[in-house]
Ligand binder design. Structure first.
Ligand code: MTE
Ligand code: MO
Length: 334
């Protein structure tokens, strides 16, 4: 018998996806006033085959559980962890969506060094352990919209980029922030060959205007689904800019540099007519080769699930960020 109108957290685990269990547990714990519930959830709660730790336990990459504060809950259906970690763009590890998950498992993320330098009064270098403790961790559920017109909903763990930049005390001359991915052809096969690497001149570089970088939505992620990032998702630390196309969200960052001029960015260097510096999600500005009016939302459905949805301006984050572009022609500054 089908029992209707239960509260979400009353559903038995067998009735819902692992991701729904994950989010419903969080909603319940949040309503009960727990702080740092990440550690509570880190205990395998049951022997259910839906347990969200299973996929990570099978991988040989060493994961750590993370403690964090829950700052946001979402009614949107999360993209299953297995899909978040197997459908990737990370050209350093190959061009097919399945390549990074195959080729990045031996990627060494500890030791790691991330420097914050340039036009700052207090340059900083964070080592691996600092990434998880310099700024208190929180969970943020964000939509990720790739310029290729697919999207996901991902529970990230990390902190606001602004919080880290403030610690370096930026000078007033700093107008932009430049980011750089690790350059290590020994570990990243795409950096050894133009064919495997998609013609990109590595290291992968990205940038934001300083006011974009200081917007509280701009996020540095060190984890997803409650534990450290899979290497294919940009371990140990990657940017997440939810109102921009996915290529702005640069992975495996070693350098954050405050600068006075607009820095070069990888996809703009490769094809400037197709990819601009701003890359704000915009259904009204088509890519020269395809429309951006809608997207395929990757959920728990099968390959042929009907999940085409309209794309929203700024990926649905207009209330938070539209003011940054008040007097700009977004068709020109794509
Ligand atoms: N260093 C680096 N960062 C990168 C990329 C890349 O190829 N190399 N791909 C970008 C693109 S196009 C997207 S859509 C997102 C994908 O992130 P995900 O694999 O975690 O979903 O990462 C972005 N960051
Ligand atoms: Mo992308």
């Amino acid at each position: 018998m089908l029992i209707k109108s239960k509260k979400p957290y009353q559903l038995s685990e067998a009735q819902v996806t692992d991701e729904q269990v994950y989010i419903n547990r969080r909603q319940l714990l949040k309503s009960m006033g727990y702080i740092g519930a990440g550690s509570l959830l880190a205990k395998p709660a049951s022997a259910s085959p839906l347990d969200f730790w299973n996929s990570a336990e099978k991988s040989k990459f060493q994961y750590r559980k993370l403690d964090f504060k829950i700052s946001e809950v979402s009614q949107e259906q999360l993209t299953p962890e297995a899909k978040v970690a197997s459908h990737n763009n990370f050209y350093e590890f190959g061009l097919d969506k399945s390549d990074p998950a195959k080729n990045a498992q031996d990627f060494k993320v500890n030791p790691w060094q991330l420097s914050i330098s340039g036009l700052v009064n207090k340059p900083l270098t964070l080592d691996y352990d600092d990434l998880f403790k310099r700024v208190p961790l929180e969970e943020r559920i964000y939509r990720l919209r790739c310029v290729e017109a697919w999207s996901m909903v991902i529970p990230w763990v990390g902190f606001s980029l602004a919080e880290l930049i403030k610690k370096a005390d930026p000078k007033s001359k700093a107008k932009y922030v430049a980011f750089e991915t690790l350059h290590d052809p020994k570990q990243m096969p795409g950096q050894r060959s133009r064919r495997i690497g998609g013609g990109i001149d590595y290291p992968y570089v990205e940038g934001l205007r300083i006011d974009e970088a200081m917007n509280p939505l701009a996020f540095l992620s060190v984890g997803l689904y409650g534990k450290t990032l899979p290497p294919q998702n940009g371990a140990p630390i990657r940017l997440v800019v939810p109102w921009k196309y996915g290529f702005k969200s640069i992975k495996s960052i070693v350098s954050i540099k405050l600068v006075d001029k607009m820095p070069p960015t990888t996809w703009n260097l490769l094809a400037p007519r197709e990819y601009g510096f701003y890359a704000n999600v915009n259904p009204d500005v088509a890519h020269p080769r395809w429309s951006q009016a809608s997207e395929r939302r990757i959920t728990s459905g099968g390959l042929f699930a009907r999940n085409r949805i309209p794309t929203l301006p700024f990926n649905g984050y207009g209330n938070e960020v539209a003011h940054l572009y008040k007097n700009m022609d977004l068709k020109r500054f794509y």
